[in-house]
Design a protein around this ligand. Structure first.
Ligand code: PSV
Ligand code: MN
Length: 389
């Protein structure tokens, strides 16, 4: 069993999780996007909602933006609005998946004009970073083909490498380029960055400022994600997480909902090398949508799920585990992990929150605040934000 000596989860006080602006807008599937009273109509209102999540959890200090969904006339005023609400603007996500020009690809397109347009979009995102103070550009490449022979897989990799170099050359010295991967969708025969290996190869070719972002929903069923985490950390190439849950495909459900044990195993790899500490530079982000559940409470629950998995990982008795591993004590080693996983950490986390001057129960604190009732009354008229706007 875990002992009092190792029940120290205080490192969580400095563990921040970045939230996505798009989680607060309406979302759905290709079958239906449901509307919800009180949903933000502007990037400012999205930031205000995200700030509520930080207010009650004390653990969501930044908001990721998606361009052009979060385009505003004056990004520095969005940054000051965020600061007034005690949050900062985080990673800037590019978007090359909603323009007719990109039907046959963006950074990989055979047409030089379209490639240049996709590169220019990323340079525009870098300008947004300069205006908002963000240090991170995040690129998910939707490019791929639907039919064998449709385009040359090799030529597309060459064009991608060239386009990425142009984007990388536009970064400032303190910027990071995060390259995400996803095994399928929106195309179904081949994807140009389908896996962590391809992402890593491009990052290695680019240089130190390029790192891999691991979206937990972007793997085939049964993939051992914690293995990928360990590999990328060994190479100092794990730049960030997009946390969410998947049951079937890229479901974007609440992190830790589908498989809390997997989340614990991932956080164990992180904690075992101290990568949960701010010095690691790894950006722990959510990339989720809340199609049917209330959005702000959905985000609060997500933060709490990551905190619970991380707290359990912090409770792993590292020396007992190492001894059992070296001794070849298979069941003993496994038991050390399971003891930590099976510990109820909710009381410890509530104590930690109290010591930070927060409510012990962020969900109840938000419900009591009256914020939701207020925005439902105030936010009438205008166009509600949605995934894609
Ligand atoms: C793609 O599925 C992705 O994971 C990328 O991070 C996008 O930018 C994001 O989802 C949009 O929700
Ligand atoms: Mn993602």
């Amino acid at each position: 069993m875990t002992t009092a000596a190792v029940q120290d989860i205080s490192a969580l006080a400095d563990f921040g999780i970045e939230v996505p602006s798009w989680a607060y807008g309406n979302s759905g599937t290709r079958f239906k996007v449901f509307t919800t009273p009180g949903v933000p109509r502007t990037p400012f209102e999205k930031v205000a909602d995200a700030a509520e999540v930080n207010r009650v959890t004390g653990a969501a200090p930044r908001v990721s933006l998606h361009i052009p969904w979060d385009k505003v006339d004056d990004f520095s005023s969005l940054a000051s609005f965020a600061a007034d609400h005690k949050v900062a603007l985080g990673a800037v996500n590019s978007n090359v998946f909603q323009d007719d020009d990109y039907k046959l690809g963006s950074l990989t397109n055979a047409d030089k004009r379209i490639r240049a347009k996709a590169v220019a979009h990323h340079l525009e995102c870098i300008d947004v970073m300069r205006a908002t103070g963000s240090k991170t550009l995040k690129l998910w490449l939707p490019d791929g083909t639907n039919y064998a022979g449709q385009d040359s897989i090799r030529a597309r990799q060459d064009r991608l490498a060239e386009s990425l170099q142009e984007i990388y050359a536009g970064l400032d010295a303190d910027h990071t380029l995060l390259i995400e991967y996803k095994f399928f969708e929106p195309f179904f025969y081949h994807t140009d960055i389908p896996d962590w290996g391809t992402s890593l190869l491009h990052c290695l070719a680019l240089g130190d400022q390029a790192k891999v972002v691991l979206d937990t929903g972007h793997h085939a069923p049964g993939t051992n994600i914690e293995f990928i985490v360990a590999q990328l950390i060994r190479q100092n190439k794990l730049g960030a997480f997009d946390f969410n849950s998947r049951n079937y495909a890229d479901d974007d459900l609440i992190v830790g909902a589908a498989d809390p044990f997997q989340l614990f195993r991932i956080m164990h790899e992180i904690v075992s090398v101290g990568a949960h500490l701010p010095t690691s530079g790894i950006n722990f982000m959510l990339d989720q949508c809340h199609n049917i559940e209330p959005k702000i409470p959905g985000q609060i629950r997500s933060i709490m799920n990551v905190q619970e998995a991380t707290a359990k990982a912090l409770l792993v008795d590292a020396s007992a585990l190492e001894k059992a591993q070296i001794d070849g004590d298979i069941l003993g080693a496994h038991a050390v992990l399971m003891d930590a996983y099976n510990t109820d950490v909710r009381g410890l986390l509530a104590d930690l929150r109290e010591s930070q001057g927060l409510d012990r129960d962020p969900v109840a604190a938000f419900a009591r605040s009256g914020y939701m009732e207020r925005v439902e009354t105030d936010r009438v008229g205008g166009q509600q934000a949605g995934w894609g706007a």
